[in-house]
Design a protein. Structure first.
Ligand SMILES: Nc1ncnc2c1ncn2[C@@H]1O[C@H](COP(=O)(O)OP(=O)(O)O)[C@@H](O)[C@H]1O
Ligand SMILES: C=C(OP(=O)(O)O)C(=O)O
Ligand SMILES: [Ca+2]
Ligand SMILES: [Mn+2]
Length: 559
């Protein structure tokens, strides 16, 4: 029998063929009540819960201008915002969480009333739509610590994105889903009202821990949703479960050894964790509990700028049916994505389910305690060694400092690599005081005898503009040398200003590259740059000096 497409009848008639065209597809009686109570106009909107991937494709193509790439991936565009908007992110000030949240420039307060106004604005907007997409899934692979997340969005692309990025429930889990622990209302196509109290722009990304809700207005960058859930877990895991949440990727070697790769956006978490000789646990957000390490997400979100099939084969071949390319241009004839084109943004992305990586570890969790912790730092000054071994005090110092660079495009308004001290290697996402994460990390690392490495994936031989980015093939060799144990047994010398232990030799890497002073031809320029960065460290660390032991303060550069 040939397949026919059912015409959806918004006014009550049952469609005859495709059940996913039903006006309340996937919703059970109790869900319908929940939606009505939340203010959704069930007689007007066509709700699609956990719709098939193909239908989300069809809707994104029909209503949102998406196209199919040659590989079968879906190409979408996020409109004006193509990176995160950290200045427009707010946390609601309310009694259940106010004493735990580290208030300030990162966690900006919003009052409960303003949240209600924006929430209503989002729901009102969603009620004007013909189609509203719901995705129910989990955050956290460990059943003991996972949370149930519901995403309600006006764009099929956003539902598909979260289908890829959250953990996809089985049919049974979906049937038994019940009340979500956290709900995202994504009305990103509609602006916030700039005249609402506390609003400074048309963009608003806000989290309310009491209501367990997040509202998005005025940005369609899909990364806001996944990083929003990360902020939620960065609060819930330590506060409710005593677990350490990590802005890191993770993988496991054939002998069962686990590595964590911390790093701010663009430093190499996704790239370096995709390693053909190790099983991928996850590329961005994890939790370190007493029972091991688990991924928060069900997918990866890779940068696509300059993506090359030879250099990054695992990521390249994950871009196929079901994957979402974001803000990537393409050839109209062949539908081949053009990864070299940064015309829309440098922050081009692809979101794919983690099982699209061949050696992914499913379920994405390990009962092993991490053996190596790697801090990825993208040094735009080009003065940090490509790799150094840190002692326990240095591990605390560098974690709290979080020195790196913001890469172009990941945040609104960043056009070139910009040095920053992003505490815990992920300042935009932390909720608690940084010293709380640092103390847990220090304790776990010393209990488990975890080795700590600082890897500079940024510039070598000169600053940004003069030197070059450390070639990926060399960084991969460094990571290999950490994993095969050879680096721990190498010969070291000390970097005088930063007091860092640098290996003198690594197989396959020119030795002069390992010592920045040798790698720079402009020796005077090098000295000036080192002094400048060391001063920046001292100044940036002042705010943590009272929170940590004197040995940690002393572990910084000697000026
Ligand atoms: N030495 C290097 N190490 C890691 N990434 C590198 C290196 N040199 C260039 N890159 C590029 O930098 C980007 C790192 O981004 P990504 O792995 O997505 O970071 P994250 O996941 O931490 O946001 C990729 O586009 C990668 O190809
Ligand atoms: C998605 C993001 O993170 P990452 O670059 O770490 O993947 C982001 O910062 O918007
Ligand atoms: Ca109806
Ligand atoms: Mn990443």
């Amino acid at each position: 029998m040939p397949h026919r497409t059912a015409t959806p009848d918004r006014h009550g008639e049952e469609p005859t063929v495709d059940p996913s065209q039903h006006p309340t597809y996937g919703l059970l009686g109790k869900d319908l009540t929940m939606f009505s109570e939340a203010g959704f106009d069930m007689d007007k909107i066509h709700l699609k819960r956990n719709a098939p991937v193909a239908q989300l494709y069809e809707d994104a193509i029909k209503y949102e201008g998406a196209v199919i790439a040659a590989s079968g991936a879906l190409i979408n565009f996020s409109g004006k915002k193509t990176g995160r908007s950290p200045k427009d992110k707010r946390i609601v000030y309310e009694e259940t969480s106010k004493d735990d949240v580290w208030w300030g420039a990162i966690n900006i307060q919003m009052d409960e009333h303003t949240f209600e106004i924006n929430r209503e604005r989002a729901i009102d907007y969603l009620n004007t739509r013909d189609n509203v997409y719901v995705f129910d899934g989990f955050a956290g692979w460990d059943p003991k610590y996972r949370i149930k997340v519901r995403v309600i969005a006006s764009r099929a692309y956003h539902a598909l994105f979260m289908h890829n990025m959250l953990i996809r429930p089985t049919a049974k889990e979906l049937e038994d889903f019940g009340t979500p622990d956290f709900t995202i209302y994504n009305a990103g196509q509609f602006p916030a009202n700039r005249f609402t109290a506390g609003m400074t722009s048309q963009t608003s990304v806000e989290v309310n821990f009491k209501r367990r809700e997040m509202v998005i207005l005025g940005t369609e960058y899909a990364g806001e949703m996944k990083k929003g859930i990360f902020s939620v877990m960065h609060y819930l895991q330590p506060v409710k479960f005593g677990n350490l949440s990590l802005h890191s990727s993770a993988n496991q070697g054939p002998d069962g050894d686990v590595s964590l790769f911390f790093g701010l956006s663009g430093t190499g978490k996704t790239t370096l964790s995709a390693d053909p000789s190790r099983a991928l646990i996850g590329d961005d957000e994890h939790v370190w509990s007493d029972s091991g390490v688990f991924n928060i997400e069900g997918g990866c979100y890779a940068k696509c700028v300059g993506l090359d099939a030879e250099k990054e084969p695992a990521i390249f071949s994950a871009i196929r049916f079901g994957s979402i390319l974001e803000n990537v241009t393409y050839d109209y004839q062949t539908r081949e994505p053009n990864y070299e084109d940064t015309g829309i943004t440098e922050n081009t992305r692809c979101a794919y389910p983690i099982e699209y990586i061949e050696n992914a570890m499913i379920p994405c969790m390990s009962s092993a305690q991490p053996k190596n912790v790697i801090y990825l730092c993208c040094d735009a000054f080009g003065v940090l060694p490509p790799v150094s071994l840190l002692d326990a005090n240095q591990a605390q110092y560098w974690f709290l400092s979080g020195y790196t660079s913001k890469t172009p495009g990941t945040e609104d308004g960043i056009a070139e690599p910009t040095p920053t001290f992003s505490t815990c290697f992920g300042a935009p996402f932390i909720v608690l005081h940084p010293s709380r994460y640092a103390a847990m990390l220090g304790k776990k690392m010393s209990e488990q005898n975890t080795k700590c490495w600082l890897v500079n994936t940024g510039w070598v031989g000169g600053a940004f503009g003069v030197g070059k980015r450390c070639p990926l093939k060399y960084t991969r060799k460094i990571i290999d040398a950490i994993h095969d144990g050879s680096l721990a047994n190498a010969e070291y010398k000390t970097n005088p200003v930063f007091n860092l232990a640098m290996p003198t030799k690594i197989e396959g890497i020119p030795s002069e590259l390992l010592d920045p002073e040798q790698a720079w031809s402009d020796k005077a320029g090098y000295k000036a740059q080192v002094t400048k960065l060391a001063d920046m460290f001292t100044k940036a660390f002042e705010r943590y000096a009272n929170e940590c032991a004197p040995e940690v303060v002393a572990a910084g550069p000697r000026v």
